[in-house]
Write a protein that binds this ligand. Structure first.
Ligand code: SF4
Length: 423
């Protein structure tokens, strides 16, 4: 008989719950970067931030060559649209920095871990959304890298730049820019909202981040994220002051819930782009190169472990590319049950793992759970788990996984009655 497992801590990432607001950080975050490698069981792990999410064909080739030369011949995509390189040797730092710098992927060594941004990946491709959010992201990144104080942000502080469709706005950014019709933008931080002219949006986002650092310093709690600040009240004065200091005219706006739209659907996007997903968020360098074989191809990395390939000359080429990427192993059809499956690193890469999670991960067939996002984890940290409602498949260490349904409301977490899956 299968035993029901009690719910364990789901640790939501940025919900602003009371238990987070009471937290005092006594150390800087340990997020890996491109230059600050994490030592994993399978070697060094480097995490490359891609603020706009965009890679040229030349950069795709450079990263694939880099992984073949220094790493394990694979590239991982994180839930923030960053890229992971694994299996790196201890002494690769200088070479890694040179190769990334040569590819134009490391504009500022001092800022490489704070360039955390997610941008609507279909912006400008499908006729939806408002404003040029790619230009906002580029400007915001340049502003971040031009200021010394921004290195005080944690490696977890996240900017979400949404073209108004509400896809990345739902990802829990610390500062969210939401494009609006009529050349306006909403700037959100915590429960606060300000409306600004679209042209001021990047400067306003930076000012909001400065307000966060000001309040975090005064609170003395070492907060890494906005949800860890004591309250929005202190933030309100700081936001007003920082926006004024930056010369941004801002009007108060209603806070309320941010929009929550679905991520890109795999398949054709308009006539000249395609959207695909990497199964379990990791591809071989051969698969990575297949994204952009042509010089004019543009690859956008999505925070849903996928890629949008843009700049294709027309529908016929887009259909050909989609077929080629399906043959290479990408998920290219909306109905695939694997779209709902994610997994942490697990064994052998992570020493905390109780199982080879990626080998065990699969879609769930049980009728009550079928279709729900399922995240397979090797331990209770549940790295990379989705937001919203999802099924938590947690390795028990005894060749099974405990299945628990997690809902967006933490107090509704519930153990599923069929609570174990065999490996
Ligand atoms: S969830 Fe646990 S086992 Fe999986 S990668 Fe994170 S720390 Fe490792």
């Amino acid at each position: 008989m299968l035993a029901a497992m009690p719910p364990t801590s789901p640790n939501p990432r940025n919900g602003g719950e009371a238990h987070i607001r009471e937290r005092v950080r006594d150390r800087a975050d340990a997020c890996p970067g491109a230059l600050r490698l994490h030592r994993a069981d399978d070697g060094g792990l480097a995490r490359l931030r891609l603020p706009t999410g965009v890679l040229t064909a030349r950069q795709v080739a450079a990263l694939a060559d880099l992984s073949d030369r220094l790493g394990d011949g694979r590239i991982g995509v994180t839930s923030r649209g960053n890229l992971d390189l694994r299996g790196l040797p201890d002494d690769c730092g200088l070479t890694l920095a040179e190769l990334l710098g040569g590819a134009g992927l490391l504009p500022s060594a001092a800022h490489e871990r704070v360039r955390n941004m997610v941008v609507s990946p279909l912006a400008g491709l499908d006729g939806r959304g408002f404003g040029d959010v790619q230009a906002w992201a580029r400007e915001l990144d340049a502003l971040l890298c031009a200021q010394a104080w921004t290195t005080g942000l944690s490696g977890r502080f996240l900017f979400a730049v949404d073209d108004g469709r509400g896809d990345v706005a739902a990802l829990g950014g610390d500062v969210t820019l939401l494009a609006e019709p009529g050349g306006r933008a909403l700037v959100r931080i915590g429960g606060l909202a300000r409306r600004v002219a679209a042209g001021d949006a990047p400067v306003a986002a930076l000012a909001a981040a400065e307000a966060f650092l000001t309040v975090a310093r005064e609170a003395g709690t070492g907060a890494w994220r906005v949800a860890e600040l004591p309250s929005d009240a202190a933030l309100e004065d700081a936001v007003t002051s920082c926006l004024a200091g930056a010369g941004v005219a801002a009007a108060p706006a209603a806070g309320g819930a941010l929009p929550d739209a679905a991520p890109p659907v795999p398949g054709l996007v308009g006539e000249c782009a395609v959207s695909v997903v990497a199964p379990l968020g990791r591809v071989t360098t051969e698969q990575f190169r297949a994204l952009a074989p042509g010089d004019g191809d543009e690859v956008r990395v999505t925070p849903w472990r996928g890629f949008v390939v843009a700049g294709l000359p027309g529908r016929a080429e887009a259909e050909r590319r989609l077929a080629a990427l399906e043959a290479a192993g990408y998920l290219v059809r909306p109905g695939s049950p694997w779209l709902a499956v994610t997994a942490c690193t697990g064994r052998p890469g992570c020493g905390k793992a109780l199982a080879d999670v990626r080998a065990d991960a699969r879609p769930l067939d049980d009728p009550p759970l079928r279709g729900m996002p399922v995240h397979w984890s090797g331990c209770e940290r549940r790295c990379g788990h989705p937001q919203g409602d999802w099924v938590d498949a947690l390795a028990t260490g005894y060749g099974t996984y405990a299945l628990t349904v997690r809902t967006a409301r933490r107090d509704n977490d519930d153990a599923h009655p069929q609570a174990q899956a065999q490996r």
